[in-house]
Write a protein that binds this ligand. Structure first.
Ligand code: C2E
Ligand code: CA
Ligand code: CA
Ligand code: CA
Length: 275
């Protein structure tokens, strides 16, 4: 068809409106998602590069929306952070992940740990540490098997509520990872206040690992991590070349499509026998 610039403009505006309405809808829909059981978790193996064995898995949240199908956390987690829905959702994630791992342990698949993403919005709540400890008690999972990945998607001034939550959980044996290390706002603050167990290298650095700059960043993160007794986890490892490079750089743990994409719990039990 023959469109003039005004038509193009109109289409642009209506697409924009459509988007705005959709976001408002999604925010409203978050009100019902937990009760309607629309959330589920996928799990992605974490592999020790020394032994090539699976040592744990990261829990990754999915939203099965009644009209829109599966929605990525990249889309709805920021909305849930804005509306504070991330607090009940995050609690649901911790509970679901801990009880899943406990049941794998009970099936005889021992020694795996589980890594759960937490938003700084959650860490900022006074009751966060208590919620996590209660959940561990209720599910029967030993605290040493739980790892929390701190993701700094929104800027948050490091404060005493956060540090109290971290220290209380740390004392009970829970482990901490700094997610997407080097891409957030002030992740170095965490290193000052608690002994961090893992630094996670974001997949953006791994994707183009041949670039001189990315290689320097990877080497620097590994060096820093080892100096402070933290293990290094690289995410987004898709090829053997990346795997071999990271192993040679003494990156401790890798995660990515090269080994497995995030999968449903049923498929995980098949992997236990292979990895
Ligand atoms: P993240 O924590 O950095 O998680 C890694 C992301 O990379 C996941 O995307 C995973 O599916 C993807 N990935 C893993 N291996 C590969 C690979 O080899 N290649 C590529 N291209 N991608 C790979 P996902 O599952 O879409 O999650 C996106 C982000 O959403 C996560 O990034 C995390 O920040 C957030 N998220 C996920 N689950 C939760 C949750 O339960 N709570 C909170 N607060 N955030 C969550
Ligand atoms: Ca993560
Ligand atoms: Ca992240
Ligand atoms: Ca990442």
């Amino acid at each position: 068809a023959n469109m003039n610039s005004l038509d193009v403009h109109r289409i642009g505006v209506s697409l924009l409106m459509y988007d705005v309405y959709n976001i408002t809808d999604l925010k409203t829909d978050l009100n019902y998602a937990i009760d309607n059981e629309e959330f589920y978790l996928c799990y992605q193996p974490l592999i020790n590069t020394k032994t090539n064995k699976m040592i744990g898995m990261e829990a990754l949240l999915r939203w099965n929306h009644p009209h829109r199908g599966t929605i990525s956390p990249k889309e709805f987690v920021p909305l849930a952070e804005e509306t504070m829905h991330i607090i009940p959702i995050g609690e649901w994630v911790v509970r679901q992940a801990c009880s899943q791992l406990k049941s794998w342990h009970d099936m005889g698949y021992k020694n795996y740990f589980i890594s759960v993403n937490v938003s700084v919005i959650q860490l900022q709540q006074k009751g966060f540490a208590r919620m996590v400890l209660n959940t561990l008690e209720e599910t029967g999972l030993t605290p040493e098997y739980l790892q929390l990945e701190i993701t700094e998607t929104v800027h948050m001034e490091y404060n005493s509520v956060i540090s109290k939550n971290l220290m209380r959980l740390k004392r009970q044996g829970i482990k901490f990872s700094i997610d997407d290390f080097g891409t957030g706002y002030n992740s170095l603050n965490y290193l000052q206040s608690i002994e961090v167990d893992n630094l996670k290298i974001d997949k953006s650095f791994i994707e183009d690992f041949k670039s001189k700059v990315n290689q320097s960043i990877i080497e620097m993160i590994i060096l820093l991590g080892h100096k402070i007794n933290a293990a290094i986890i690289a995410e987004g490892v898709e090829t053997k070349e990346q795997y071999d490079f990271l192993k040679q750089q003494e990156c401790d743990i890798v995660q990515g499509y090269y080994v497995s994409e995030p999968i449903l719990p049923e498929k995980m039990t098949e992997l236990f026998d292979r990895l």
